[in-house]
Design a binder for this molecule. Structure first.
Ligand code: C2E
Ligand code: CA
Ligand code: CA
Ligand code: CA
Length: 276
């Protein structure tokens, strides 16, 4: 037993060493990838629940790694966070998303708005407001999705002020993953967000129980009372879509309609829809 124990410890150490090497390699690759512009947005359309028109699109980061191909954010974001470079990734995604939005306009596709995910690191970038000002963003066309897990309850004045300045530039604030974090609803509503995005962990079990339904219904009701729109993510079936529409949710996003796509695929998708 003793021997087995030692082996287990050795195996654990080996694994730890492997993981350390792996994280080190990933770190070097991320820094190099940022230099070389390997981070690109994929685009997932959002639909009006009533008319099913495209009303927006969320930009989701993908890392086009030279040998490993496309890597999803769940793999690289934790490492990027520890390297303090999530703000740089966010900036790269925003720039490219705005560039694509100009292209869509050039093609006569009226896509009302683009949403990007914004990390806490990015909100703390001292030059953020100056950079955003220089971009001359048309009010209402850009949304910043902020994770509910950014602890708004304990947010310092700097963070709150940054959010106010962002809103003053005409950029909408949306609370992402709503209903799963620890932030109090009061403190979230104090930010007067334009939209709440109902987390997919609340959306997916929707057809299973009335308890799940009443939770989602009450989020939508809070939104109505406070004049905040609601978006549902992770809408995987038309049955979910229909139920959400009946509950009064404004906007739907999920595999039932479209997966996130590269820029060229998204352009083709939006063009095909425009002809329908
Ligand atoms: P999120 O903002 O909650 O994004 C929604 C995630 O759900 C995306 O995963 C999307 O591909 C996926 N999804 C979309 N429709 C469905 C569906 O019908 N069913 C299911 N099961 N999933 C669906 P993705 O692209 O892997 O992104 C994961 C997370 O990484 C995002 O979660 C967001 O928090 C973060 N992220 C993505 N891009 C960026 C970025 O540019 N900057 C920052 N800071 N975070 C980002
Ligand atoms: Ca999001
Ligand atoms: Ca989300
Ligand atoms: Ca999420």
């Amino acid at each position: 037993a003793k021997r087995r124990g030692r082996n287990r410890v050795e195996a654990f150490n080996d694994e730890l060493r492997l993981r350390t090497v792996e994280v080190k390699r990933l770190s070097d690759d991320i820094l190099r990838g940022l230099e070389r512009g390997e981070f690109h947005p994929f685009f997932q359309p959002q639909f009006d629940a009533e008319t099913l028109e495209i009303v927006g699109v969320e930009a989701l980061a993908r890392w086009n790694h030279p040998t490993r191909g496309f890597i999803a954010p769940d793999t690289f974001l934790p490492v990027a966070e520890s390297l303090n470079v999530v703000a740089r990734i966010d900036e790269a995604i925003l720039g490219q998303a705005l560039f694509q939005a100009m292209r869509w306009e050039g093609h006569g596709l009226g896509i009302p708005r683009v949403s990007v995910n914004v990390s806490c690191q990015r909100l703390r970038d001292e030059n953020l407001i100056a950079k955003l000002k220089a971009m001359n963003i048309r009010p209402g066309t850009l949304t910043f999705e902020l994770l509910e897990s950014i602890s708004f309850d304990t947010a310092d004045d700097g963070l709150k002020q940054a959010i106010e300045e962002i809103k003053a530039l005409g950029i909408d604030i949306e609370i992402d993953d709503f209903g799963t974090g620890h932030a109090s609803i009061i403190s979230l509503l104090e930010l007067s967000p334009k939209r709440l995005k109902i987390d997919r962990r609340l959306v997916q079990p929707l057809l299973e129980s009335t308890a799940q339904q009443s939770l989602v219904r009450s989020i939508i009701e809070i939104g109505k009372v406070r004049d905040i729109e609601t978006v549902a993510e992770g809408v995987e079936t038309l049955a979910h879509a229909e139920l959400l529409r009946r509950l009064g949710c404004h906007t739907l996003q999920g595999y039932a309609f479209a997966r996130p796509m590269g820029a060229e695929d998204f352009l083709a998708f939006a063009k095909a829809r425009a002809w329908m």
